[in-house]
Design a protein around this ligand. Structure first.
Ligand code: PEP
Ligand code: MN
Length: 363
């Protein structure tokens, strides 16, 4: 195997940009498509780096699986013409080697790969001795440890410029998103690795065009460091992920409409105002916890009663009544049905646990 040990790609500084904007088609399809898209992205004046999928891991066979290594020279050409660095997804040592041989400036590990420690380790081993930015997408399943593990494997390989990409998680059942954002998991990951650049991939979260702006704005409000987004010269004709891609020109408009916020709150007055509001939130959280405690205590009393009379814990009809009632009242209080359902599901599970402990207590 060709060795790239000692290689130092120049784009280690790429990750220091904020907001960092990486854009390009889901897949490289033809040389013309790659080059035209890249030139139009360059013309926006907003894009710092190009992306394109060369090897496409598709969940089901029969979909377009990428053009393979023949697409890399197209990206090299796009890089030459635009002066923009480029990156691709790599899932094996061989793919990494091909990407490096064709002057890729950064690589990312895709969501399906992050979910597989064998593959991540293979890529990490092949990264030994090389310095280029490596971005790690969250795994398809909502598992923080897999995401953390992939990051650790890459860092242990000695890679200094690492970043995380939040691309949403697959969820059972219908949601508004192709991959549910589950913001709380991403926020926890930001908390675990505070210094690491954190990018949003709104394309794979949304799966459509109309939510892209909203999701990107949400991420910027949460102090993300940038985005990696799919953009194609002719989205409707894209060979993969057609419904979520936008033209470079539409990307420019979208970026113009985003409010870029700063985490640093400069003035003392703003700081005081926020502190006051945060204090109120903390007080309300304490109150919520106290109410939940009281609610559990009543559940436990019901558990005692059910135990004495030998009744089952789960009573579906009663549960449906509760849900209907809280959804109705929740709506009046301006809370979405999705939120109320998730919140009450969690409360319900906890109640069942408390009742279960009582019903199955010995003595
Ligand atoms: C992609 O970026 O084109 C891709 C395949 O994404 P993910 O790994 O997040 O599904
Ligand atoms: Mn895609």
């Amino acid at each position: 195997m060709e060795t790239f040990s000692g290689e130092q790609r120049e784009t280690a500084t790429l990750l220091q940009r904020s907001p960092l904007i990486i854009a390009g088609p889901c897949s490289a399809e033809t040389e013309e498509q790659v080059v035209e898209t890249a030139l139009r992205l360059k013309a926006t004046g907003k894009v710092h780096a190009l992306r394109a999928g060369i090897w496409k891991p598709r969940t089901r066979p029969g979909n377009f699986e990428g053009v393979g290594a023949q697409g890399l020279p197209w990206l090299q050409k796009a890089k030459e013409l635009t002066g923009l660095p480029y990156g691709v997804e790599v899932a094996t040592a061989k793919q990494l080697e091909e990407a490096l041989r064709h002057d890729a400036d950064f690589v990312w590990i895709g969501a399906r790969t992050t979910a597989n420690p064998f593959s991540v380790q293979e890529v990490a081993d092949a990264l030994q001795g090389v310095q280029l930015p490596v971005m790690i997408k969250n795994p398809v399943n909502p598992d923080m440890e897999l995401w953390t593990g992939a990051l650790e494997r890459v860092m242990k390989a000695g890679i200094e410029a690492v970043a995380l990409i939040h691309r949403g998680f697959s969820a059972y059942g219908h949601t508004d998103f192709r991959n549910a954002p589950m913001w709380q998991l991403a926020i926890e990951m930001k908390r675990r690795f505070p210094g690491l650049p954190f990018l949003i991939d709104p394309s794979h979260i949304c799966g459509n065009r109309h939510l892209l702006q909203e999701v990107t704005q949400n991420a910027m409000d949460l102090d993300y460091d940038g985005l990696i987004i799919e953009s194609h010269r002719d989205p409707d004709q894209a060979w993969s992920d057609a419904s979520q891609q936008i033209t470079p020109e539409r990307l420019l408009t979208m970026l113009g409409d985003i409010v870029w916020r700063k985490e640093e709150v400069l003035s003392e007055e703003m700081h005081m105002h926020l502190e006051k509001l945060r204090h109120q939130i903390d007080r309300l959280d304490d109150e919520l916890l106290r109410l939940l405690h009281d609610r559990m205590k009543i559940s436990e009393q019901i558990g005692e009663y059910k135990k004495a009379h030998n009744i089952t814990i789960l009573q579906t009809e009663r549960w449906n009544q509760i849900l209907e009632r809280v959804c109705r009242n929740g709506e009046k209080a301006g809370l979405s049905k999705e939120f109320i359902t998730q919140y009450y599901d969690a409360i319900h599970m906890e109640s069942i646990k408390h009742q279960d402990a009582i019903m199955n207590a010995h003595g």
